[in-house]
Design a binder for this molecule. Structure first.
Ligand code: TMP
Length: 212
């Protein structure tokens, strides 16, 4: 789809505890240092209504049917894109989003077994066809997940068995290879500074290419 906005849309993806939030914070500071206006956001969530859906989805006390889960992620996305992401991009801002459409493909597609083409259709409807300018995927092995989980109570998705997480991880690797847009697959085990320089090189290239 031709770009209908002046901003830049960057998405950080990956399995749970892959370090997205830490990288996002550091990247946000980098953009500020370049004098760019940045909007940090996340999925599920990002607006008051979508954050209410997030609370429902991640609450470990709820039992959620797989189809209800998929549709709630898409509902949260539809609200988020319409209310927050598109207006920010139209205003020329950099939108830094933790998780987007690829999460539904990895978790509900590879993880739960829903048809990828059905999820792609739902994604297109929820996003109005919006796609990231760059998707960064953080890849980490299971042992990092286990170590990092000790520090914070697990949410509903984090309580899924290791086999589920393994399918999600495989999903990300495959999605990264076949994705049509710009994708950067990074090794989340590397030190923060090494990962940051790798991402920044790619982003600098993107900003130069588009003269944004
Ligand atoms: P997080 O934002 O703290 O990573 O938690 C969000 C959880 O929701 C995470 O386990 C991934 C999961 N998720 C999906 O299953 N499908 C989706 O479409 C999205 C956006 C997230």
């Amino acid at each position: 789809m031709p770009r209908k906005y002046k901003g830049v849309f960057i998405v950080l993806e990956g399995p749970d505890k892959s370090g997205k939030s830490t990288q996002a914070q550091t990247l946000g500071k980098y953009f500020h240092s370049l004098g760019r206006e940045v909007v940090w956001t996340r999925e599920p969530g990002g607006t008051p209504f979508a954050e209410a859906i997030r609370a429902l989805l991640l609450n470990p006390l709820h039992t959620v049917s797989p189809i209800a889960e998929l549709l709630l992620y898409e509902a949260s996305r539809a609200q988020h894109v319409q209310e927050k992401i598109l207006p920010a991009l139209k205003a020329g801002k950099i939108v830094l989003c933790e998780r987007f459409t690829m999460s539904s493909l990895a978790y509900q597609g590879y993880g739960r077994g829903f048809s990828i083409s059905v999820i792609e259709k739902l994604n297109r409807i929820a996003t109005q066809g919006l796609e990231p300018d760059l998707t960064v995927i953080f890849d980490i092995p299971e042992k990092y997940f286990v170590e990092r989980c000790r520090k914070k109570a697990a949410d509903r998705l984090e309580l899924e068995p290791a086999q589920f997480r393994e399918r999600v991880r495989r999903g990300y690797r495959e999605l990264g290879k076949k994705h049509s847009g710009a994708v950067l697959l990074v090794d989340g085990k590397k030190p923060l500074s090494a990962v940051q320089s790798r991402i920044r090189r790619e982003i600098d290239r993107l900003l130069r290419k588009d003269c944004l």
